[in-house]
Design a protein around this ligand. Structure first.
Ligand SMILES: Nc1ncnc2c1ncn2[C@@H]1O[C@H](COP(=O)(O)OP(=O)(O)OP(=O)(O)O)[C@@H](O)[C@H]1O
Ligand SMILES: [Mg+2]
Length: 305
C-alpha cells in the first residue's frame, strides 16, 4: 500500500524552482533514501508532505489524504534544524510530543522509557535537555519522532551529528520501524547509510529527479571499473575492451584501466586474454558505489565520504 504518493510536485520560491515536477511513491514497510546535494529540494519536499508549506502545483497523498497537520498522530518527523526546549527533562519532552500526537500520557511515558533505554539514555531520562550534549539531545528528538509508532517516518539528515555507535543505533531503529510496516523516508549526504538501508532511493538534482530505483538499478547506471596488471600492451584488447596505460608496477609490469565495450562481460575479456596468451598478474573488478553514482548523476556538491 502506498503511504506517500507525490505526483508532479512543483514548489517555487520567487525565482527559485526548489522542486521541479517531482513524482515518487513510498510504500508500507519500505525504506526510501531521499538523496541530493545541498539545495536539491529535499527539505522543501518533506515540509510540503507535512503541510508546513504549500506546493505551487502538483499533488501529495499521504496516508490516503491530502497533507494535513491532523495526520501528525500517524507521522514521525525529525526536522533538519534540531532543537527542543531546554527546561524540560528528556522523558517529559517525549511525553509532551506523544500528547501532541493524541497519545495517552501513560503510554507515551512507557514507550518513551523504552526508546531512551534502546538509545542508551535511560539514566538521563530526568536530565534537562539543555544540559545534554548535542548528540544526546538529537536522540531524544528522534524518540519524539518514534513515540507514536508512526506509519510514516520522515527523517531529515538524521545521521548528522551522531557518533558511529549512535549512527548504528539509528540504523537499527530505521530497520525496526520498517519491519513493523512503517514507510521510512530519510535524507542523507552519507551514501554508506543509504547503501546499507535503502530498499529504493531517489536522487534529486536542483529539484528534478535524476534517478529512482533500487541500489542494484542505481549501480547499473555506471560501468564496472576494471584494473589489470599486465606485461604486454593491453591496447591489443581492441574489440572487447579499451585499455589505457596506468602506472608502471615494477619488473616490466604495468597497471591498465580497462573499459569494456558495450555488451562485453569481464569474464569474456579474461577469456580473450587467456586465448591470446596475455599474462595478467592482477585483475580487479569494482562495481560503482552509490558515492560514484551520486557524483555522476547529481554532481560533486554535498557529498561526504
Ligand atoms: N523558505 C524559503 N524561501 C526561499 N527559498 C527557499 C526556502 N526554502 C528553501 N528555499 C530554496 O529552495 C531550494 C531547496 O532547498 P532545500 O532546503 O529544500 O534543499 P535540501 O535538498 O534540503 O538541501 P540541504 O541538503 O542543504 O539540506 C534552495 O535553493 C533554497 O534556497
Ligand atoms: Mg535540507
Amino acid at each position: 500500500m502506498a503511504v506517500l504518493e507525490v505526483d508532479r510536485l512543483v514548489k517555487r520560491f520567487g525565482d527559485v524552482l526548489a522542486v521541479d515536477d517531482l513524482s515518487f511513491t513510498v510504500r508500507e514497510g519500505e525504506i526510501f533514501g531521499f538523496l541530493g546535494g545541498n539545495g536539491a529540494g529535499k527539505t522543501t519536499t518533506l515540509r510540503m508532505v507535512l503541510d508546513i508549506i504549500r506546493p505551487t502545483s502538483g499533488t501529495i497523498t499521504v496516508l490516503g489524504g491530502s497533507p494535513d497537520r491532523r495526520q501528525a498522530a500517524a507521522i514521525g518527523f525529525l526536522p533538519e534544524e534540531r532543537g527542543l526546549y531546554s527546561g524540560m527533562s528528556a522523558i517529559e519532552t517525549i511525553v509532551y510530543f506523544g500528547r501532541l500526537k493524541n497519545m495517552d500520557a501513560g503510554l507515551a511515558r512507557s514507550r518513551g522509557m523504552d526508546l531512551l533505554t534502546r538509545f542508551d539514555l535511560a539514566d538521563r531520562a530526568k536530565s534537562d535537555i539543555g544540559d545534554m550534549s548535542k548528540g544526546m539531545a538529537q536522540k531524544v528528538q528522534l524518540a519524539t519522532a518514534l513515540v507514536n509508532d508512526p506509519e510514516l517516518l520522515m527523517l531529515d539528515e538524521p545521521f548528522s551529528g551522531l557518533d558511529p555507535v549512535n549512527q548504528g543505533l539509528l540504523e537499527n531503529e530505521i530497520l525496526r520501524a520498517s519491519e513493523r510496516g512503517a514507510a521510512v523516508i530519510f535524507s542523507t549526504h552519507v551514501m554508506q547509510h543509504a547503501e546499507r538501508l535503502c530498499d529504493r532511493l531517489l536522487l534529486l538534482r536542483k529539484g528534478r529527479k535524476r534517478f529512482e530505483g533500487t541500489l542494484d538499478e542505481a549501480r547499473a547506471q555506471l560501468p564496472i571499473s576494471l584494473t589489470a596488471v599486465a606485461k604486454s600492451d593491453l591496447s591489443s584488447l581492441r574489440g572487447v575492451a579499451r585499455a589505457d596505460a596506468g602506472e608502471p608496477a615494477g619488473d616490466g609490469w604495468r597497471e591498465w584501466k580497462v573499459a569494456l565495450e558495450p555488451g562485453v562481460s569481464p569474464a569474456s575479456v579474461l577469456e580473450h586474454c587467456t586465448a591470446n596468451g596475455i599474462g595478467l598478474r592482477r585483475w580487479d573488478e569494482r562495481r560503482a558505489t552509490l558515492h560514484d553514482i551520486f557524483v555522476e548523476l547529481v554532481g560533486g556538491e554535498g557529498v561526504q565520504r
